[in-house]
Write a protein that binds this ligand. Structure first.
Ligand SMILES: [Zn+2]
Length: 261
């Protein structure tokens, strides 16, 4: 037989039950969300590693290309020096003119190759910077992930223990509730629109604190006096006051007086 009898006792049990259920709900949220957040962090880290590997490959190609432009430039410069040295030994005006054209031509080629070599070096610098950014991100990410995982291992054990304590405390509270009260409490708790979930609501004057619907003043009075239990028509939560709560502040008293009239 249920041990709970008076409305005041029922309210006391409901308040205790709702507190426990709220804490269990918060723990379950943490047990669900934190592993997901850790997985997301691990995914981000893996993405940085993949980007780092891609940049290393790109950097290798860019270095090789820049090196090729530098060798080409050196080669052109060698040819230009040789042509310049040759001029002194030339006799005919045609030969001299042809060599001068060759030197001018090699000069243009050298300018082009130099530009390409500079661009190649700039590209190498940019990729190196990006690569180094990834190196930093990986190092930071690995430390942060390790710290988060370790913290979670401790926290998880702690809240799982707390959860089983709460379950043990909850069992007699819920088990001793009158069937209709337990049913109404569950209906209120399972209403999906109001977060965090709760089986109970309060009144701000005659307004439901959960859904802001105007309640029957008579109901509010009856609930405050622990004469009977009512549930809000709109959010379905049981209008339940904590019998052990400190006395209401002046504003609430005034609202109550107003509701009486
Ligand atoms: Zn409501």
């Amino acid at each position: 037989m249920p041990a709970v009898s008076t409305v005041e006792d029922i309210c006391r049990s409901l308040v205790a039950l709702d507190r426990i259920d709220h804490e269990v709900w918060a723990i379950d949220g943490e047990l669900r969300d934190e592993p997901q957040a850790i997985t997301a962090d691990a995914d981000t880290l893996a993405a940085h590693k993949a980007e780092h590997a891609r940049l290393e490959t790109t950097l290798k190609a860019a270095r090789s290309e820049a090196g090729a432009f530098e060798r080409e430039l050196a080669n052109i410069e060698t040819r230009r020096t040789r042509a310049q040295n040759r001029i002194a030994n030339l006799v005919t005006a045609e030969q001299i003119a042809a060599t001068e054209r060759e030197i001018a031509n090699l000069g243009e080629q050298a300018d082009e190759a130099e530009l390409s070599a500079l661009e190649g070096m700039e590209s190498v610098e940019k990729i190196t910077w990006s690569r180094d950014t990834e190196v930093t991100a990986i190092a930071t990410g690995e430390v942060a992930l390790a710290v988060r995982r370790e913290a979670w291992n401790g926290r998880k054990a702690e809240i799982e223990t707390r959860r089983s304590v709460l379950e043990t405390e909850r069992e007699p509270l819920f088990g001793d509730l009158r069937g209709d009260v337990a049913r109404r409490y569950k209906v209120g708790w399972n209403m999906p629109f109001y977060k965090p979930p709760s089986g109970l609501t309060g009144a701000d004057g005659i307004m439901c604190t959960t859904c802001r619907t105007t309640l029957s003043p008579k109901w509010v009075q009856e609930c405050r006096r622990f004469d009977t239990l009512h549930a809000c028509d709109s959010c379905k939560r049981i209008l339940c006051f904590d019998p052990d709560a400190p006395p209401p502040v002046q504003a609430e008293v005034e609202a109550e007086v107003h509701a009486d009239g």
